[in-house]
Design a protein around this ligand. Structure first.
Ligand code: UDP
Length: 328
């Protein structure tokens, strides 16, 4: 029987790509999402993209803070593991334990490395919070370590994402942030489709090759595959609570990323240079050794493919899931 995975926040950007890879990998996926920051359209499109596997996807619009609903869901079936993408709140680990499900993959972030003194960042680096978002990641990571300490039957993998960008190559699912995008590539994408006049480059005086911030951009499909690798690792009897970086190990500056996107899209991205954004680090990229060695996973795509796929999604869906249905 195929394994049944509960995916919280599975309608979102990273969640939807991961659910697709799960289905294609022969898993069953039960998605719970309150659709606060996502759209059911992404679920429907994932189902379509999964073809004959589409029927292995079940969606429940539900808030994870609704404990009776969560209880009912766990009582109705057995989950082999939970992948937790949903926003701030931790999934009820007491509900999981009560139903004998003690395998969890949690989305953490490279933001916990703060402003690293050296790069690449290894999983052993000290961690800190530079902002409220980082605080929640730090807090839930600590909680996971405590859960494991108090009950060693738990198997928990914390995945520290670097900078996920791009979209599925179909251009049918992708990132659709509400409001003004905070992150670089969603903003660039909106400039390219004419929704915003220009990109503001935050900081041109960093000690980097061209003065702009350097990050480790990773294709969202590679990131999704990292979750499948983590799920397999949860079956390893030796695993307790482990953390893995999901990055490419390569650093790219803001201007390099903009140039790659201009090349992929054939659009000019006007820029305005501005001061540094408070709380931003100068250079962050991953050491990928641990994930390669222990998860047997390595990112396949480079920034050209990331930008091509991002543009394919953007040009077909200039207003995200609110756009008219694209032709495939
Ligand atoms: N950035 C920028 N303009 C924007 C958004 C981001 O210049 O409108 C820069 C930011 O300063 C950083 C890089 O792009 O150097 C990546 O920022 P993002 O917010 O995407 O990721 P994070 O800083 O969380 O790694």
């Amino acid at each position: 029987m195929s394994r049944n995975i509960l995916v919280t926040g599975g309608a979102g950007y990273i969640g939807s790509h991961t659910v697709l890879q799960l289905l294609l990998g022969g898993y069953k996926a039960v998605v719970v999402d309150n659709l606060d920051n996502s759209s059911e359209t992404s679920i429907n499109r994932v189902r379509e993209l999964a073809g004959k596997h589409g029927s292995n996807l079940i969606f429940h619009q539900m808030d994870l803070r609704d404990k009776p609903a969560l209880e009912k869901l766990f009582a109705s079936q057995t989950f082999d593991a939970v992948i937790h993408f949903a926003g701030l709140k931790a999934v009820g680990e007491k509900v999981m334990a009560a139903h004998g499900c003690k395998k969890l993959v949690f989305s953490s972030s490279a933001t916990v490395y703060g402003w690293p003194k050296v790069v690449p960042c290894t999983e052993e680096f000290p961690i800190c919070a530079m902002n409220p978002y980082g605080q929640t990641k730090l807090f839930i990571e600590e909680m996971c370590r405590d859960i494991y300490k108090s009950d060693s039957e738990w198997k928990i993998i914390l995945l520290r994402y670097f900078n996920p960008v791009g979209a599925h190559s179909s251009g049918y699912i992708g990132e659709d942030p509400r409001g003004i995008p905070n992150n670089l590539m969603p903003f660039v994408q909106q400039v390219a489709v004419g929704r915003r006049p220009e990109l503001t480059v935050f900081g041109t005086d960093y000690g980097t090759k061209d003065g702009t911030g350097v990050r480790d951009y990773i294709h969202v499909v590679d990131l999704a595959d990292g979750h499948i690798a983590a799920l397999s690792k949860l079956s390893d009897p030796s695993i307790g609570c482990e953390v893995y970086n999901l990055g490419t190990g390569k650093g790219t500056s803001v201007l390099e990323m903009v140039a790659a996107f201009e090349k992929a899209s054939g659009k000019e991205i006007p820029i305005v240079k501005a001061g540094r954004r408070p709380g931003d680090a100068e250079i962050v990229y991953a050491s990928t050794e641990k994930a390669e060695r222990e998860l047997n996973w390595k990112a396949k795509y480079g920034i050209d493919e990331m930008c091509q796929d991002q543009w394919n999604w953007a040009s077909k869906n200039p207003y995200g899931y609110g756009s008219p249905e694209p032709t495939k």
